[in-house]
Write a protein that binds this ligand. Structure first.
Ligand SMILES: [Mn+2]
Length: 288
């Protein structure tokens, strides 16, 4: 497993041990199907680099990363441009993490990485539910003739999991066909996170949950560094609250995707990404 990754800079508070840890942070530097602006492959390193501006302690949760045993695995080594083989490697790495009982947090990269991860997670947890934050429905069955795309990822997830196992929040962009598909196959809460999320959290108590967070769920004012910005989203404060709102759930894995450092004025989006990583590790992995 270790040999599949390249380690350079590490996220703040990571421990050197990779055995018997509570959580693992794994970069997945794939951006090969990005439709508008590519470049999210550099996000995992950027998020690590800026993490040091933050405190390891979360005053919201009264917990610190220093009390959590988590390992920063580095970035998965991928064959650039080879989508099919990259998806195989991502699934293999994810299967290893889910099989070892550790809480994995994956840092994209583009959103298509979520499919092989969720596939591995679903094999481990057959009653899995996915909670998806995004500006975009990502429910196209193909995009420009291609079935494997960051625009099709949640269609693939919904088809794999079956009806009403995908909960979608913050969605404010999609085709009429995507919204019609969502009406039939997913639990969609267009343009909204709260208060809908609170009701869903009550309903999902005890169920294994995977969280997929596309940073463009957040308004471009708070997260400008992303590939397909969509005005009208939530604030940084609201997405951080969303992570904490799920802390009572059995969240078994998570990804944060679509951060694009090349367009990230003043590293605003990367710092938000780092703060989300901290809050997610403490909310979902910390048994402290
Ligand atoms: Mn999106």
């Amino acid at each position: 497993m270790k040999e599949m990754f390249l380690r350079t800079a590490q996220f703040m508070g990571a421990c050197e041990e990779h055995e018997a840890v509570d959580a693992v942070l794994a970069g997945v530097p794939m951006d090969f199907t990005a439709s508008f602006r590519p470049g999210s492959r550099t996000a995992p390193q950027e998020v690590r680099n800026v993490s040091y501006v933050l405190e390891e302690y979360s005053f919201y949760q009264k917990k610190s990363l220093t009390d959590l045993r988590y390992y920063d695995a580095g970035d998965l080594v991928l064959p650039y441009g080879n989508v099919a083989e990259s998806l195989n490697l991502i699934e293999k790495a994810a299967t290893g993490f889910f099989g070892s009982g550790v809480f994995p947090l994956f840092l994209g990269g583009e959103h298509l990485i979520s499919f092989p991860i969720i596939k591995a997670c679903y094999e481990r947890y057959p009653d899995l539910v996915v909670v998806h934050f995004d500006a975009h429905a990502d429910l196209r069955c193909s995009y420009e003739g291609e079935g494997n795309s960051h625009a099709t990822v949640m269609y693939k997830v919904a088809e794999m999991l079956g009806k009403d196992r995908l909960y979608q929040f913050g969605i404010r962009s999609g085709t009429s066909e995507e919204f019609a598909y969502a009406e039939q196959h997913t639990k969609i809460y267009p343009d909204e996170i709260f208060p809908a999320l609170e009701g869903v959290v009550e309903r999902l108590s005890g169920t294994p949950v995977y969280v997929s967070l596309d940073i463009d769920a957040v308004d471009p004012a708070f997260a400008p560094g992303t590939g397909t910005p969509e005005p009208g989203g939530c604030s940084a404060r609201e997405i951080l609250a969303a992570v904490r709102a799920m802390s009572s759930l059995n969240v078994v894995g998570m990804d944060i995707v679509e951060i694009l450092p090349a367009y990230d004025e003043a590293q605003i989006t990367a710092v938000l990404g780092a703060k989300l990583v901290r809050e997610a590790l403490l909310a979902f992995a910390a048994k402290i």
